[in-house]
Design a protein around this ligand. Structure first.
Ligand SMILES: Cc1cc2nc3c(=O)[nH]c(=O)nc-3n(C[C@H](O)[C@H](O)[C@H](O)COP(=O)(O)O)c2cc1C
Length: 268
């Protein structure tokens, strides 16, 4: 992970930098080996942190933040957005994640990633379901098993990256939704067929790539769109796609470039 950070120095001034190891970098600053500016203003403390998936974005943010006035930096720290990347891409060399990363370059805030496969998020079992139901009935919503639901509920913007599998998405994404659809956290079942929408996010991006054509209805996307709208209350949903990637004779690089151009022009 790469970071853009702002330190508060002992004299109250702010210092901006980037690193790929925030713990080490902070220690280096405080031992006088970080930067000339901070060396004479010790100790320093971490004031603001952004996480970025790639180094270039972290460096670009450093340049942008350095140009800000002090009060703009203070506002930035106060209004830092939480961006949640839901990674349902099973292949390590995922093209879907490549597009998701392109998209993330345009989102301001700190990116938290939940890699569903790495975190071994599995379908809900009967035992989990009963435990969760009993807790929800008692008004308890802080069980460890609810951590993903809270992470989703508190995010400001959400990016879901999922390849087109068997005309929808990998089963791990369904398992993730089973784990985060927790009454009292992401939504509330009102008992009369209606749902109170409890998620903070107003915006969700769904990124997918497909080996062949994407058929209408786009079942994976339509499922996610309906769920996040009807249960969680996220109304603004944007889809980005790249298709025909596994078809013989197709120019895969050109298809990916066109998809990236679409993403980039969306934010212009
Ligand atoms: C298990 C599996 C199921 C797939 N099902 C479909 C499908 O139904 N339709 C399709 O067009 N491509 C299908 N594909 C191809 C993928 O959608 C395509 O290779 C995609 O770009 C993979 O994304 P990734 O590079 O992020 O892993 C499938 C691939 C796998 C591994």
């Amino acid at each position: 992970m790469n970071y853009t950070y702002i330190l508060k120095c002992a004299d109250g001034t702010l210092y901006t930098g980037w690193t790929n190891d925030i713990g080490k970098r902070l220690a280096a600053h405080n031992s006088g080996r970080g930067a000339k500016y901070t060396k004479s203003r010790l100790p320093v403390s971490l004031f603001y942190l952004e996480e970025h998936l790639d180094r270039r974005t972290a460096m670009r943010r450093e340049v942008l933040i350095k140009k800000m006035t002090r009060s703009e930096k203070m506002t930035l720290a106060e209004t830092k957005k939480r961006i949640l990347l839901v990674n349902a891409c099973v292949r390590p060399a995922s093209r879907t994640m490549e597009l998701a990363r392109e998209l993330l370059k345009h989102l301001d805030g700190s990116v938290e990633e939940v890699d569903i496969e790495k975190e071994k998020i599995l379908p809900l079992t009967n035992a989990q379901m009963e435990k969760r139901q009993a807790a929800c009935d008692a008004g308890i919503t802080d069980l460890p098993m609810m951590k993903y639901a809270w992470q989703f509920a508190e995010a400001d913007e959400i990016v879901v990256a999922a390849p087109y599998w068997d005309l929808s998405f990998p089963a791990i994404l369904k398992a993730y939704f089973e784990q985060i659809t927790v009454s009292g956290v992401t939504f509330k079942n009102m008992g009369d067929g209606s749902y109170k929408k409890l998620c903070k996010a107003k915006k969700l991006y769904y990124v997918m790539t497909a080996g062949g054509p994407i058929y209408e209805p786009n079942m994976g996307f339509e499922y996610v769109k309906t769920l996040v709208f009807e249960f969680y209350g996220i109304k603004d949903i944007t889809l980005f796609t790249a298709e025909m990637l596994d078809v013989d004779g197709m120019d895969v690089a050109a298809i990916m470039d066109a998809a990236k151009t679409k993403i980039n022009s969306f934010f212009e």
